[in-house]
Write a protein that binds this ligand. Sequence first.
Ligand code: SAM
Length: 239
Amino acid sequence: AASVGGNEMEAVRNYFNTAGFDRWRRIYGDTDDVNNVQLDIRKGHAETVEKVLTILKKESLEGVTVCDAGCGTGSLTVPMMLEGAIVTASDISSAMVSEAEKNAAEALKGLGSSKPVQLPVFEASDLESLKGKYHTVACIDVLIHYPKEKVAGMIAHLASLADQRVILSFAPETPFLALLKRIGELFPGPSKATRAYLHTEADIEAALNAAGWTVRNRDMTATKFYYSRLLEAVPAGTK
Ligand code: SAM
């Protein structure tokens, strides 16, 4: 199985259980205690989530099984749950998983019982340990933690868990972003404590193709400090 390598993965886990948890919980939240860079990232990320939901909602999500791999605080998990999806949400950070669970429970409270909505299954798990079969696998803004040489294996693994659809987003490697990264302007979040890896769209698409998948939709979100390429892939031959 693909792996980011013991020490580096441990570092990522530690970061997202401690300082990274605190930082990203605020970025993905709605409180005022964020600086301008974080606010910019919050807006960019919210746009990505909206775009993913738009793709997902082209057909009803009711009863559709979804694996949200690297769910963070549940920014995507919660709205999918509210659409009736049967979500399994996981993250390498148990702090993140707890936060996502709390947010989902909170969102459920406000609902009447008429909607067929069910609480997701939450688990602390790294991507490589995920098992099962889902209609859709979503992995949003997580691949930045995977080095180039590991990312194809990871995509093959994620695709093997999906029946109908894989949705991936990642920070694209472009000359501009590579430059920003070099001068330390990009990813003021993770780069402080963990390494950040950019991936070319061609690499990601080739990995999907090699796994028997074909890209059906692509989108891009770019703000000042947030860059995310979004791909929706379906099994090759799907109309
Ligand atoms: N997907 C969520 C979203 O878009 O709101 C969270 C994105 S956040 C930038 C990245 C998340 O990936 C963090 O919650 C982190 O703990 C998780 N993560 C990093 N490496 C991981 C790994 N190897 N396996 C599972 N989750 C991982």
